[in-house]
Design a protein around this ligand. Structure first.
Ligand code: HEC
Length: 302
């Protein structure tokens, strides 16, 4: 039986893996992908030292380093979910920069391959690219990459250490439950994989908020992932942000962790800058208000 599964896996989606040329094009045109880090993030010295391809390129990179992370569409949202796993075809790219000069030093990347490709490390293919994005230096089941990334099984071997409430370069603002601030007595981020939500909202006066930086003013549609146990639906909830309030009624989804994506209204940011989004319950007809996994603000293109 095991063999049969392996054969099917090998036979099917190999054709989907990008060629060297396609991978390089992704790196070169990374500006067209989602950048998930609004500003360069400082790299720890120990990581900066080992995140190198000196041995291959034959030159050393000195000094403090920082990084940016880019993702293709399938990879963009799982990065913000501590338990999020990535579908086949996901691409995540780290650009290593000199902290003083901001110059690109190299790229490291991860490409999600077909099931069974590299089970020791989440079926990721690792690759490295030179600073000019002209050459794939290495690609494959690179042991020295897996050595560290094996330590992050929770996030499907992607570290996600930079995940925060942010606006992606493409415009979406991602507010995951794990990055919320909770106010009150009972409401909390419930960390287990089956939960992974703001929950225990038994006290209607408790509320949640997120602080983030708006880079692109404009109108945004509010997408909200809510779950609600049988018979507990009907709570009135208000989302307040940028001087506006949007109200909606919680839907019974049969189970608190049965999440449903809902579009519940729009918001407007007149200018760039810091913002706070608050979620407050106005009523609680059942045992709890709802479970809330994430909110994504999606720009409305004119
Ligand atoms: C010393 C441990 C270590 C090694 C070795 C390592 N990484 Fe990482 N990697 C990290 C850490 C930590 C981060 C988070 C960003 C940071 O702090 O630089 C990261 C981030 C990344 C990211 C961004 C996605 C993520 O996981 O958050 C990619 C892509 C990546 N590494 C690829 C590689 C590749 C390819 C190699 C091998 C050439 C490699 N890494 C080797 C520790 C390591």
């Amino acid at each position: 039986m095991k063999h049969a599964v392996a054969l099917i896996c090998l036979a099917a989606p190999l054709a989907a893996a990008p060629t060297d040329v396609e991978l390089l094009a992704f790196v070169k045109e990374r500006g067209r992908q989602e950048r998930v880090t609004p500003a360069p993030v400082k790299m720890a010295k120990a990581v900066a030292e080992r995140c190198s391809i000196d041995a291959v390129l034959g030159k050393r990179t000195h000094g403090a380093a920082a990084f940016h992370v880019y993702a293709n569409e399938p990879a963009a949202l799982p990065i913000f979910d501590p338990w999020g796993s990535f579908p086949e075809g996901s691409l995540v790219l780290k650009e290593k920069l000199g902290r003083d000069d901001g110059a690109t030093q190299l790229f490291t990347g991860m490409l999600k391959r077909e099931r069974g490709y590299f089970p020791e490390c989440g079926d990721w293919e690792f690759f490295t690219v030179d600073a000019a994005a002209t050459r794939i230096v290495e690609r494959g089941k690179i042991a020295r990459c897996a050595e560290c990334h094996e330590d992050y099984p929770k996030g499907d071997h992607v570290t996600k250490v930079y995940a925060a409430p942010v606006q992606l370069s493409g415009g979406r603002i991602v507010l995951h439950a794990s990055t919320a601030e909770v106010h009150g007595e009972k409401l909390q981020y419930e960390e287990k994989e089956v939960k992974n939500t703001l929950g225990f909202w038994v006290n209607a006066a408790d509320h949640a908020s997120w602080e983030f930086e708006v880079m692109q003013p404009g109108t945004y549609e509010i997408h909200l992932w809510q779950g609600c146990g049988k018979g507990s639906g009907g709570a009135e909830v208000a989302i307040g942000c940028a001087g506006r309030t949007c109200r909606f009624t919680v839907e019974d989804t049969g189970h608190f962790q049965n999440f449903k994506e809902r579009k519940i209204g729009t918001l407007r940011f007149d200018k760039a800058g810091p913002q706070v989004l608050e979620v407050k319950a106005l009523s609680k007809p059942g045992v709890a208000v709802m479970d809330l996994r994430q909110i994504v603000l999606v720009p409305v293109k004119p």
